[in-house]
Ligand binder design. Structure first.
Ligand code: HDE
Length: 698
């Protein structure tokens, strides 16, 4: 019973999927898979001796179907990106890119293209936690009028390796170690850091991965990058190289590490639920879609090779041109046939788009199709979530296990005497490859510029704010502290010095590496645009979909509670009442409120902010409850916004260790107040940023 569907008349994919959708209801009798009605689903057929203790009969075809079906109900999990969640949505184009491509999806501004987007983590298995430190997958399947177009991207714009042949080694090194299958959901172990030390090309990616980008607050608050270089070809046959960008409307936000670690245990499905809840509530997440373009003849004009996936194209040199928008607006109805069976291929492009000689992309183009065959079988593209919305048919691509479609006719080859299923001319929309001139000898080699590995890592690090740098130092230290082989953590601190000797000193001190005396490569201090995530703030700040907790015990101020709750909910915030007991708590004025959760059931880590109304409940309840006190202390430690009125003010101050007015209200008040807002009188109008502490009374 899928209650979360948001139907959109324009969504051709939604209509298409309906053909294979059934509703569970109380009118349809239970049947076997071959259709007979079942009368007793609870007992296996047996020899009913006097006391019904006789043997079970293998003859029971109903029981056998059920058990054997169950025995085979898993498909192999993805070898990487096994843990994920997805949703349907729409792509809209605001500005035609007809000057650079013929692709309808990028030129026809009247279209709405349906899509499916799957987010994922990379390292952990299907049942691992959402908030681990990891790269996030950002895989988009657009069901365009000319066929499916997949952008199989990440939330980080660069990658660990330059050549696809190293991918199995990279993944083996980061996955749980072979002798003990440890650790799950993290790269903090010997093998990973051993491998990346041996690949200085990974350095740039390591910096991104150790930054706050790898612990996002929400899938809705991350960027998406195509990473690899594709081509766009226009109607004159001119080629531009292109990188694809998705920039979230909500800005880029992260958890703090301690919080991320705790959420792994407290709510391993945190990101899944966050996405579904937002879509369910009609707060559809949106990303601006942009292109970075390099004309073919300019490919050699850069000090780096634009086809090297360990490098970004600096925005100062190649600005992003935003031309469209991606919106997620419909939750899935069932996980397995949709999110689990969706399958992406980097090789799935539509006319007007082409590949490049990016050596990582070329390898990926082989790998994805191959892995889908192993995961889902050769007919994987027939599955409802994977099939195109445009007409499709290929006489020769047929048979194989689980073929679903029935193709009528007497021929299964081309050419045939009936001219059945003919190819299309380019003028009729047939795909043609860009006629790139190629000449060379066979060699296992990369271009000269691929050999430079540190410049962009330095620029990335230099461009971070102080707080981001601090987090990065802690992340490197955490990871290397989890390596117990000295050669691994000692060598890695040496490598860190190639980007920043100061950072290397900090990390080496923490983890016991050798203190590098000088950097193997001077850092000239270059900075660039678009690298610090603090640059990505929402245009219009919003609390919509932010989770806000209100703490209550017996004796709270009912008026302050309801006024604040309504004020927050009216702005689209998700407000939760957390109380001493789910039995109910009673206000000073006698009203009873049944909280959504009790203090230990739902921790501060799962919320963005906390409010405490005044009333006797503070002294009589909260101040006597260790978990309630810790709620406030922990919220403060995780940099959450905290608000309180009247009796709650001294209580909050005590838990966070502040007891004096910090600043008067000013532009920088919010920052200087540590995100604590307090007031006396009627909430919420009384709450003032920057008036921290009981002395602010007045
Ligand atoms: Fe993947 N990758 N990858 N990858 N990748 C897979 O395909 C591979 C790479 C990415 O939600 C697999 O369907 C090779 C870069 C995402 O279903 C597999 C190489 C980027 C997803 C595979 C790379 C990615 C995958 C496993 C190096 C960012 C999840 C299951 C040459 C741009 C898609 C599957 C989903 C999944 C191979 C490198 C992103 C094995 C060989 C770079 C988001 O085929």
């Amino acid at each position: 019973m899928a209650a979360t569907t948001k139907s959109r008349a324009a969504d051709a994919k939604f209509a298409d999927m309906q053909k294979d959708t059934v509703e569970v209801n109380d009118k349809q009798y239970m049947t076997t898979d071959y259709g007979i009605k079942i009368s007793d689903p609870d007992h296996w057929l047996r020899v009913a001796s006097e006391k019904n203790t006789g043997p079970m009969l293998l003859e029971d075809q109903i029981a056998r179907e059920k058990i054997m079906r169950f025995d085979h109900e898993r498909i192999p999990e993805r070898v990487v990106h096994a843990r994920g969640t997805g949703a349907f949505g729409t792509f809209r184009l605001f500005e035609s890119a007809a000057d650079v491509t013929t692709a309808g999806v990028l030129t026809d501004t009247s279209r709405e293209t349906p899509l499916f987007l799957r987010f994922s983590t990379v390292q952990g298995s299907k049942g691992s936690a959402d908030t681990v430190r990891d790269v996030r997958g950002f895989a988009v399947k657009m069901y365009t009028d000319e066929g499916n177009w997949d952008i199989v991207g990440n939330n980080i714009p660069v990658f660990f390796i330059q050549d696809a042949i190293k991918f199995p080694d990279l993944i083996h090194s980061v996955k749980p170690e072979p002798h003990n299958e440890v650790p799950q959901g993290q790269s903090a172990h010997n093998n990973f850091w051993d491998f990346v030390y041996m690949h200085s090309e990974s350095t740039h990616m390591n910096y991104w991965q150790m930054s706050d980008r790898a612990i996002p607050r929400s899938y809705r608050m991350m960027q998406g990058f195509g990473v690899n270089t594709y081509s766009l070809v226009n109607k004159e046959g001119k080629r531009h190289f292109v990188k694809f960008h998705f920039t979230p409307e909500l800005g880029v936000h992260s958890l703090v590490w301690d919080e991320a670690l705790k959420i792994c245990g407290q709510d391993p499905d945190f990101h899944r639920k966050d996405l579904m809840d937002a879509i369910e509530a009609g707060h559809f997440p949106r990303w601006k879609f942009g292109l970075q373009l390099i004309p073919e003849e300019k490919l050699d004009d850069f000090e780096f090779d634009p086809l090297d996936a360990t490098k970004v194209w600096p925005e100062e040199l190649v600005p992003i041109q935003y031309i469209g928008e991606l919106e997620l607006n419909r939750n899935i109805d069932e996980f397995h046939p949709q999110t689990e069976q969706v399958a992406f291929c980097t090789s799935h492009i539509v006319p007007g788009i082409d590949f490049s000689n990016d050596p990582l992309l070329q390898g990926r183009n082989f790998s994805y199709f191959d892995t889908q065959i192993s995961r889902l079988g050769p007919n994987w593209e027939e599955l409802p979530v994977n099939r195109p919305v445009c007409p499709y048919m290929n006489l020769a691509n047929r048979d194989g296990p689980m073929r679903h479609r029935i193709t009528k006719g007497t021929v299964n080859y081309w050419p045939n005497r009936f001219n059945a299923n003919p190819p299309a001319e380019p003028s009729q929309g047939g795909f043609t490859s860009y006629p790139e001139k190629q000449q060379g000898i066979k060699a296992r080699a990369l271009s000269e510029k691929f050999k430079e590995h540190y410049n962009q890592a330095q620029t990335f690090y230099n461009s971070l704010s102080e707080i981001e740098k601090l987090h990065l130092a802690k992340a490197f230290s955490f990871e290397l502290d989890h390596c117990d082989d000295p050669i691994v953590y000692k060598r890695m601190t040496e490598r860190i010095a190639a980007v920043s000797s100061q950072l290397a000193q900090t990390v080496a001190t923490n983890v016991g590496g050798d203190l590098p005396s000088k950097s193997p490569k001077p850092n000239p201090g270059h900075k660039a645009k678009g690298l610090s995530q603090l640059e990505y703030q929402p245009k219009t700040p919003t609390i919509a979909t932010r989770r806000i907790a209100i703490l209550l015990a017996d004796g709270f101020d009912f008026n302050a509670y309801t006024t604040m709750k309504e004020a927050l909910a009216s702005q689209g915030a998700f407000v939760f009442t957390i109380g001493a007991a789910r039995q109910g708590v009673t206000a000073e004025s006698g009203q009873k409120v049944v909280p959504d959760h009790f203090f230990s059931g739902m921790r501060s880590t799962l919320f963005d902010a906390v409010f405490i109304p005044g009333g006797k409940h503070v002294a009589d309840g909260l101040a006597k409850n260790g978990v309630a006190k810790f709620w406030v202390t922990e919220s403060f430690a995780h940099l959450k916004a905290i608000a309180g009125v009247n009796e709650a003010v001294p209580f909050i101050m005590k838990q966070i260790g502040l007891n004096e007015v910090r600043v008067a209200a000013s532009d920088s008040a919010l920052e200087d107040s540590y995100g604590v807002v307090t007031g006396y009188g009627d909430a919420p109008s009384t709450l003032k940023v920057g008036e921290v502490g009981p002395q602010a009374k007045g």
